[in-house]
Design a protein around this ligand. Sequence first.
Ligand code: SF4
Length: 242
Amino acid sequence: MGNKLCVQNALNWSIFNCVIMKSKEELYRFVIDYFLKTLPFADTELHYANPYELLVAVILSAQCTDKRVNLITPDFFMRYPNAYELSEATVEEIYGLVKSCSYPNNKAKNLLGMAKVLVNEFNGTVPSDIDLLQRLPGVGRKTANVIASVVFHKPTMAVDTHVFRVANRIGLVKNAKTPLAVERQLMENFPQELIPKAHHWLILHGRYVCTARNPKCNECGLNSVCLEYKKLSKKTKKTKGT
Ligand code: SF4
């Protein structure tokens, strides 16, 4: 993932594209064109080789960085290569392998519960259906959407903290106070075939450019259309009395 390249591309894009948005459709078009150009190969940064491994990695990634999860999972997958092996572990054994990530107690319990349900109800195979996925301990709507999208290429939009923040800041969603409201509006407006990619675009943009604190607005290729940037610019002008 060329994220440094992404920032440089973003800067170039910003210089060559300064537009006044007239409609939601134009805003989405601009954002899509920008990301197609700057992040054409956006994908998850979690390391995995099969649906089971991604499910474990996504459960571990709650409130934890992908980098940290990628340090934990090689040993984890060596010890528990599938749901059957994991279902026979104890919480204490799992805890020993995941203790360096956040909430290790809960995650150890959920991982064991998840493996048991996979074995007992799904023959050890990760289901592709969002509702079935949510029957697994530790799997909420967001995780189910990630699995359905990344593994099974379904048009689902997982809204995590980055997606929620970036979509609101840019103005891709209006009055969307909950992750579900953001998910619905993004699903309505991104073309279906781009939805899995759009999820990664917004995550990566939030992780490397539009960070929660000190977003890199001056380097951001979306600043010419961004709602938050317009608000900040107005405030700055007022403060300066111009
Ligand atoms: S201009 Fe700033 S607030 Fe807007 S998307 Fe870019 S980094 Fe985020």
